[in-house]
Design a protein around this ligand. Sequence first.
Ligand code: SAH
Length: 309
Amino acid sequence: MSTTPVNSTPQEKQILHPRNLHRDRYNFKVLCKSNPALKPFVAVNRYDIESIDFTNPEAVKALNKALLKHFYGVDSWDIPDGYLCPPIPGRADYIHYLADLLAESNNGVVPTGNKVKILDIGTGANVVYPLIGSSAYDWKFVGTEVDLIALASAKNIIALNKHLRDKIDIRRQASKTNIFNGIINGGEVFDASICNPPFHASALEAKDATETKWKKLGVNPNQKTPLNFGGQKTELWYPGGEAAFITRMIEESAVIPENCKWFTTLVSKKETVPIVQRALTRVRAINVKTINMAQGQKASRILAWTFLG
Ligand code: SAH
């Protein structure tokens, strides 16, 4: 099994957002203090640097527990087997670029504190965006979720971390095809909505992509692994893929133009951009921005739109 570290050389990490706390190489001594269960997974790799085997889901989970505790004050965090184990540095980037977007209409200053309310569509079993955003900027979050196991996991994480109980509210989306419908209460106003959408068009496409990723990491795809840390089920796919999901989000956003000052979403495939931009023209969004991000070798972008002047 390869032990090549992903995203672990300083050069690669330089392209993270300037306020991202993960631009430097991981300090495993410090991280192992935060989570002693990480220790058995740490070894010196072929570049003579301490690292973990990023193809081992248990090692990645232990690293995430350590990072969330050390950098974001999350004392207790876990996810059910088979659910998405998110790369923390990349998720933090979205939060910091969002902070910059909100600063633009706040005299260039990032608004902080619990008056800032963010809606996280598809918060996942991991609740990663609310965990980072509430710690980094003291924002309040509402996280939505359709998958009942992910929903229970998200609620459990909040219940286990007392200081998060009045900062993060988890709401069930009862319909797989709805995004904002049934979630936002009458006069509720959010400063922004965020989303990491399910991006594959089918379960098969999701499976193929996971296998390709495993191959790139040097792992035999037939090898049995304790859990599929690429995520599965509804987490990674939606009929029509991310283009259909985001188009639906855009259409629903036009019905509630004043309930979110900014609507935003990740767009992972660049082919999706022109499709969703056409949807934004159709609904007459007033201002549309594309914010480019790059983590390691993977380019991604945040699409943001508003109906407010
Ligand atoms: N935010 C997490 C999880 C992203 S995966 C992260 O970045 O790691 C996408 C999530 O969206 C999954 O948990 C999936 O169950 C959820 N989802 C799919 N359709 C949804 C919908 N209509 N409303 C809310 N959540 C949805």
